[in-house]
Ligand binder design. Structure first.
Ligand SMILES: O=C(O)CCC(=O)C(=O)O
Ligand SMILES: [Fe+2]
Length: 266
């Protein structure tokens, strides 16, 4: 794992709200993580969230055909956990965001199957159970992500324009711009990646991905992180029901089982 960032990468991240980090995983690590992810996705079957008790029938809706989406693999697979909760990775997140510590929010395997739909422009943090201008995600390519098979695209600087209003990832690519018309003036930047490359993006940076125009699978592993000290905003997102019921808005989200600390400075 290449866990050193240059000063230029940190400066670019803070200006643009995203940065690419080529060569994050070495070849043997790509093989190990990819095998662990695919094995866990297969073992989860129709369960969308690891450990969840109810089956999600993946239907034929537009969203079902954006990607195969499985969450919280880290909770059931020790290899995935070793990568996603790696302290050196946690330290990189702190450098990028300039905060003291991060907890894991949730991970996600996102596999654009052959001929999958595009991922509409959206923000991430407003979906989650805390609001923060310092939430961050890593997106790791486990197969090459190209302009043809649906690589990620980001809108530089939009993290500064965002409030906590958002849209669902629906069939209309441009719905986000109904609530943020000013973002439609920003030129999007594609980030094609080789397997093992990753990017980081802020939870308020507008991003999306193209359709998969190929017969191959675009396989990505991602993870979202919450600054230590973040507070509950009243939204359930993927919180388990009993934990959700125990919370009131303003409570600090500090459950070490559900959201363990990835890294915190002393
Ligand atoms: O992989 C995709 O198509 C979208 C990923 C995404 O929205 C994210 O990682 O926040
Ligand atoms: Fe996203």
């Amino acid at each position: 794992m290449k866990t050193t960032l240059t000063a230029e990468q940190i400066a670019n991240y803070r200006r643009d709200g995203f940065v690419a980090h080529p060569g994050f995983l070495y070849a043997a690590e790509v093989q190990e993580l990819k095998a662990a992810v695919l094995e866990t996705v297969a073992a989860m079957g129709k369960r969308k969230i690891a450990g969840d008790t109810h089956n999600w029938e993946s239907g034929d809706s537009f969203y079902d055909k954006v990607f195969t989406q499985r969450l919280n693999l880290w909770r059931v697979n020790p290899t995935v956990k070793r990568y996603m909760l790696n302290p050196a990775l946690g330290q990189m997140l702190c450098q990028l965001e300039g905060v003291d510590g991060f907890r894991v929010w949730h991970d996600q395997a996102l596999i654009k199957e052959p001929f999958a739909n595009a991922t509409a422009w959206h923000l991430d943090n407003p979906y989650w159970s805390f609001y923060s201008r310092h939430a961050i995600s890593i997106w790791i390519a486990l197969e090459d992500a190209t302009l043809h098979n649906g690589c990620m695209w980001f809108m530089p600087g939009t993290q500064q324009m965002a409030r906590f209003d958002n849209v669902n990832i629906g069939a209309n690519m441009a719905d986000l711009f109904k609530i943020y018309p000013e973002m439609a003036q920003v030129s999007p930047v594609p980030v094609p990646m080789k397997a093992g490359d990753c990017s980081f993006h802020n939870g308020l940076t507008a991003h999306g991905a193209g359709a998969n125009m190929t017969r191959g699978r675009r396989i990505a592993m991602t993870c979202a992180y919450m600054p230590v000290g973040s507070t509950f905003n009243g939204q359930k997102n993927i919180l388990p029901e009993p934990y959700f019921q125990s919370l009131k808005p303003g409570d600090v989200l500090a459950n070490d089982d559900w959201n363990p600390v990835v890294w915190q400075s002393a």
